[in-house]
Design a protein around this ligand. Structure first.
Ligand SMILES: Cc1ncc(COP(=O)(O)O)c(C=O)c1O
Length: 367
């Protein structure tokens, strides 16, 4: 028998969440973001889950090529663009769109002759200060790109730093949109601004925000970038991590649990040992109080997460036994809630799922 830990991917929930993104931004085409192995769900499953998307966006050229091998014929976008001039030939050969975020990339394109035209996304840095050309340099960058014979369509893009919080005191979406508009004013081309936060807040965003393409990631996987809960937004979990109780310990007052003896029982209690640890991607820093479900009953983690196991309080679970089903996150236990209790974000939990965890596909509501 294999170890009981297993992640189940809910493809129907991925379809549903893509539908939610469409409903939020009905006039926009959607780049479904499938970077980081489709946020831990598997690239091929990302492709099947988002088969209705208008394009798929990711980071690595080799994964873009993999999508083509898997039969994806619609557009593909490299969100960080090329890392080396030798990648340019692949863009042309496999019809892959590239982000262009710096002058070095423009130079690489200027020095390479393209035997077939390519489409690019020119990225403006509107305050996040990660990737992108400053608003005041944007026009010149655009002109240089436009002068390259092999460049066909130039989409203008930016990325929001605080899309989960409409009125962030340091850098609001409104301010980033204002800088984008100013820097891109009058330039032809489609626009692409919103990530999940922007899509979820599309209705409240600056009315005339032009978003020919949106780029949702986390919302498609049933998580949120912050703010309200996934349920409030009508999103469904796409990954459920389940395991089982593999051991039970009866404690007396004063007994401690696990490495570091961090948890001490204040009275008699029952502790369940779950087959899941930090080597599976469960965060080691998740502390006492992080929620888990045992036989569908909500209880909490106690003690330190170890490499292959973790311990839970079985006090509220009357009939718990070795073999009881445990849900770590997903169906019945929102990943954002687990993440928040563990001091991280749902993105990290999904992406960190370790290769040793068995992954299968199944419908929500079925064990
Ligand atoms: C350029 C770009 N667009 C879109 C996304 C998707 O973001 P989210 O998962 O918050 O929707 C990302 C992810 O970081 C990104 O880097």
């Amino acid at each position: 028998m294999p170890r009981p830990l297993q992640a189940t991917i809910h493809l129907e929930a991925m379809h549903h969440n893509l539908g939610r993104a469409r409903a939020c931004a009905p006039a926009s085409k959607i780049w479904a973001v499938v970077k980081a192995n489709a946020y831990g769900h598997g690239l091929e499953r990302g492709m099947r889950g988002f088969v209705q998307a208008d394009g798929l966006a990711l980071i690595e050229t080799e994964n873009a090529l993999r999508l083509r091998e898997l039969g994806w014929v619609k557009p593909i976008l490299l969100l960080e663009g090329i890392f080396d001039a030798s990648d340019i030939a692949l863009l042309a050969e496999h019809n892959i769109n590239s982000t262009v975020h710096c002058l070095e990339q423009i130079k690489m394109l200027e020095y390479t002759s393209l035997y077939r035209p390519i489409d690019v996304h020119l990225k403006m840095n509107t305050g996040m200060n990660r990737l992108g050309v400053k608003p005041e340099d944007f026009r010149a960058a655009y002109a240089r790109l436009r002068a390259i014979p092999g460049i066909r369509n130039i989409t203008l893009m930016t990325h929001f730093a605080n899309a989960d919080e409409l009125e962030h005191p340091r850098l609001s979406i409104g301010e980033q949109v204002r800088r984008f508009r100013e820097g891109a004013e009058g330039l032809p081309g489609e626009r692409s601004l919103s990530n999940s936060g922007g899509v979820l807040h599309q209705a409240e965003l600056v009315k005339e925000l032009q978003n020919d393409w949106v780029r949702p990631g986390i919302m498609l996987y049933g998580g949120t970038p912050g703010g309200r809960s996934a349920k409030d937004y009508g999103l469904l979990p796409t990954m459920t991590l389940r395991s089982e109780i593999i051991g039970i310990q009866q404690l007396r007052a004063g007994d401690t649990v696990g490495y570091g003896s961090r948890f001490e029982a204040s009275g008699p209690m029952t502790v369940g040992v779950v087959a899941c640890g930090y080597a599976d991607g469960y965060p080691r820093h998740a502390g006492h109080g992080t929620p888990v479900l045992v036989d569908g009953v909500r209880t909490t983690l106690i003690g330190r997460v170890s490499m292959d196991m973790m311990t839970v309080d079985l006090t509220p679970v009357a009939n718990a036994r070795v073999g009881s089903k445990v849900t770590l996150w997903g169906d019945g236990l929102p990943i954002d809630e687990v993440a928040q209790a563990a001091g991280t974000i749902g993105y990290e939990l999904m992406c960190a799922l370790a290769p040793r965890v068995r992954v299968s596909e199944g419908r929500l509501g079925c064990d």
